[in-house]
Design a protein around this ligand. Structure first.
Ligand SMILES: [Zn+2]
Length: 174
């Protein structure tokens, strides 16, 4: 009887231990999958209805910023822009990227190695189209900008691949 109890406790402990390990492993796996999600906690969030956005954006801007579309490579206004200045959100005019972080990626889309500051863009895991990518959105209005990849140049190793149509370029005044 005594031995049976010991054996029972032992088996129960093993069962608990196994289930805990499995649970911890599960948590670890899901943490890895969402590791690229970065949501800023801006207090100046802009939320508008889709009708309001439609009224203020051009059809092309609406398609990319609100419907997460992608402009065709080498067709946008800024992929080859080498001027100095700031790239702002076309929807809410927030500073998103500085020309000093723009580099030639050869992709046909404006490419930057880092955002204007840590609160300018949000990053969200995107598993659409059978690919695991990280979507980049404007941190203030949630407008879709493009995607970020880990094959960029130093110093960050990141490549923010952004649609020209989501941006408005303001040249540095001289
Ligand atoms: Zn915005």
């Amino acid at each position: 009887m005594f031995m049976k109890t010991i054996l029972g406790t032992l088996l129960l402990s093993i069962a608990l231990l196994t289930s805990c390990t499995t649970e911890a492993q599960k948590n670890h796996d899901s943490a890895e999958k969402t590791a690229h999600t970065h949501i800023t906690s801006r207090k100046d969030k802009i939320t508008k209805s889709e009708d309001e956005w439609k009224a203020t954006l051009t059809d092309d801007q609406y398609y990319v910023l609100r419907e997460k579309g992608t402009e065709r490579a080498f067709t946008g206004a800024y992929w080859d822009n080498k001027k100095s200045g700031v790239y702002k959100c076309a929807a809410c005019k927030l500073d998103l990227f500085d020309s000093s972080t723009k580099f030639k990626s050869g992709t046909g889309w404006p490419s930057f190695y880092k955002p204007f500051d840590e609160n300018s863009v949000g990053e969200i895991s995107d598993n659409g189209y059978g690919m695991v990518r990280t979507e980049v959105v404007c941190a203030r209005c949630d407008g879709h900008l493009g995607h970020v990849f880990e094959d960029g140049p130093d110093p960050t190793g990141l490549r923010y691949c952004i649609n020209s149509v989501s941006l408005i370029f303001i040249p540095t005044s001289k």
